[in-house]
Ligand binder design. Structure first.
Ligand code: O7M
Length: 215
């Protein structure tokens, strides 16, 4: 993913035409558009290729299975036009390695979830977050996903992963700040509801980009 604005939009709408019109409005302000189950299950896999006309697509399938199933899911996502796939690391080294290998075969990126941004992440994921971060580096992942809602944890995770890419959700609707996340070590912030529920998604995206630029 080419860094230009530092903003990734999470397009969690379920209506295809709304997804396409928002993509058109925000294309100049985003480095990528993250598409997940809400949109793909409702609109079909073909939506990935359609959105890729506006910006590189990150397929947020949070892949978490045995190596062979992981490989099949990543392959389908890349062949549909995704530039990157988001996967879980808790399934272990062999599963993650298979995702990374499949990414290499398709010249695609792999991002690994570490600590999630919501309160429930404290139950199981937070205690494992540093190990998941180290595993992502050891397996050769493109980058990791780490929480904008906990900048102090983001900073620790940045120290662990060195210079691999960090993409960071939790800005806006979940209470995190784009500027703080970038200051704590994120390369990109992921923003969903603040943009796609806005009456003017393009203006909202621009506002976040200006906030990042001012740093
Ligand atoms: O800005 P929001 O809260 O409307 O949306 C945030 C998006 O980021 C949404 O698509 C979530 O599924 C996703 N996300 C998190 O909010 N927290 C996480 O810890 C991880 C993700 C994510 O993208 O995982 C890959």
């Amino acid at each position: 993913m080419q860094k230009n604005t530092g903003l990734i939009a999470a397009l969690d709408v379920t209506d295809k035409s709304q997804a396409l019109s928002i993509s058109k409005e925000i294309e100049f302000y985003v480095d990528a558009i993250k598409v997940g189950y809400p949109l793909v299950l409702e609109s079909g896999l073909g939506i990935i290729g359609m959105i890729a006309e506006f910006a590189p697509v990150i397929a947020d399938f949070k892949v978490a299975d045995i190596p062979n199933t992981d490989r099949l899911i990543c392959k389908v996502a890349y062949e549909a036009g995704a530039s990157a796939v988001i996967v879980h690391g808790f399934t272990g080294r062999d599963s993650l390695m298979e995702c990374v290998r499949t990414g290499e075969e398709h010249q695609g990126d792999i991002y690994v979830v570490t600590e999630m941004s919501h309160p429930g992440a404290l139950d199981f994921l937070q205690p494992a977050a540093y190990e998941l971060s180290r595993l992502a580096v050891e397996c050769g992942a493109t980058g990791i996903v780490a929480p904008a809602t906990r900048p102090e944890r983001l900073r620790e995770i940045r120290n662990i992963v060195g210079d691999i890419t960090i993409i960071s959700p939790g800005v806006g609707a979940q209470g995190g700040s784009a500027a703080e996340a970038i200051r704590a070590g994120a390369d990109y912030v992921i923003v969903g509801r603040s943009i796609y529920t806005s009456k003017a998604p393009g203006k909202e995206a621009e506002k976040i980009v200006r906030e990042i630029e001012r740093l």
